[in-house]
Design a protein. Structure first.
Length: 344
């Protein structure tokens, strides 16, 4: 079992944090995260949100690459349709070179309408655009020269330089849950990275569809990563005091509001669809995050491994409003008490 840490750089109003604080914290703690024995360091991506979020994942990972040596760096996930795909291929190749081949590209088609509107990209064809853009990335990285005359991309014969360090290219993880894209992930022979939005029942459903599609094309995924919100302390009461408001904010302000508007369904632990964001609370989503003691974390990770076959857990610890010191206190305790329980 591998373990990573995720940073979203979310700074809610009233938290006393600025975005500059959050991104500086990320760069400054990256070497310690590596020294603690974590396998990966990942960042999220969202745009135009009132509470911040990180809009430039490749840029902040480049800063992390400069202060680390071993740890894998990744996007979890980058919203590929919002980019020029040829420029994205260049930027990823540069980051892979800068990090010495330590980069993993997690991608998703996106679902937040205002992100597409603000960046002037069509929302309705995002899934088709997503797949075509990935074709461009793989061609650019693996062919001496490439061209594309697709529905969205028209590129003359072009030579990408530099190429990525990793061959044939950096790993691509799919952050999707819809049936068609689950099949596309399997057909492209890409691992599926499971979202923190989903409880165990939903994850089992998504993974079953993905595994069936993978079996049809003869693909056996070697990795099964999942992201989970997580914060641990010496007592469950202390962990909940610090992290419960953060979880409520995350699920209410983005996931809950999008579900209430009909853009993307969010289900509570009882299976009901969230139709009113104000009904979202810490108590309604306990099945999909780890907030408690080290023993609680070991139990949750064991369940992920044994029931879902998870091979890597990415822990989003610096949740909205959680300070650097609080996040690193949890990260240190997790490294001391939880990670060793899964040493092979």
């Amino acid at each position: 079992m591998r373990f990573g840490m995720v940073f979203g750089m979310v700074t809610p109003a009233g938290s006393g944090m600025t975005w500059a604080d959050a991104v500086q914290d990320f760069v400054q703690v990256a070497p310690e995260v590596e020294d603690l024995g974590y396998d990966s360091l990942q960042v999220t991506e969202h745009h135009f949100q009132a509470d911040g979020h990180n809009p430039s994942p490749l840029m902040v990972l480049a800063a992390a690459a400069a202060v680390t040596n071993r740890i894998t760096l990744g996007t979890n996930v980058l919203l590929a349709p919002l980019y020029n795909p040829v420029k994205l291929a260049e930027d990823v190749a540069v980051l892979d070179n800068l990090s010495g081949g330590r980069f993993t590209l997690g991608v998703a088609p996106g679902y937040v309408r205002e992100e597409f509107a603000g960046l002037q990209v069509s929302y309705d064809d995002r899934a088709s655009r997503f797949e075509e853009y990935l074709d461009v990335l793989q061609a650019a990285w693996t062919q001496e020269t490439f061209s594309m005359d697709g529905r969205f991309v028209h590129v003359p014969e072009t030579r990408l330089s530099p190429k990525p360090v990793q061959a044939p290219h950096p790993p691509i993880w799919y952050g999707v849950s819809g049936p068609k894209l689950l099949r596309k992930a399997a057909e492209r022979h890409c691992p599926l990275v499971c979202s923190p939005r989903h409880g165990f029942a939903e994850l089992a459903e998504h993974l079953a569809a993905y595994d069936a599609a993978a079996a049809e094309v003869g693909y056996v995924p070697a990795e099964r990563p999942v992201m989970r919100g997580g914060f641990i302390a010496e007592t469950r009461e202390k962990a909940e005091e610090i992290a419960a408001p953060a979880v409520t904010h995350l699920f209410r302000e983005l996931y809950g509001k999008k579900s209430a508007s009909g853009e993307r369904v969010l289900r509570a632990d009882d299976g009901s669809v969230v139709a009113d964001a104000d009904t979202v609370s810490f108590e309604t989503f306990k099945d999909r995050y780890i907030i408690g003691t080290p023993d609680d974390a070991v139990a949750h990770v064991t369940r992920l491994r044994d029931e879902l076959g998870v091979t890597e857990m990415q822990c989003w610890t610096q949740l909205p409003g959680i300070t650097r010191d609080q996040a690193m206190s949890s990260a240190r305790l997790f490294a001391k008490e939880v990670i060793p329980a899964f040493a092979s």
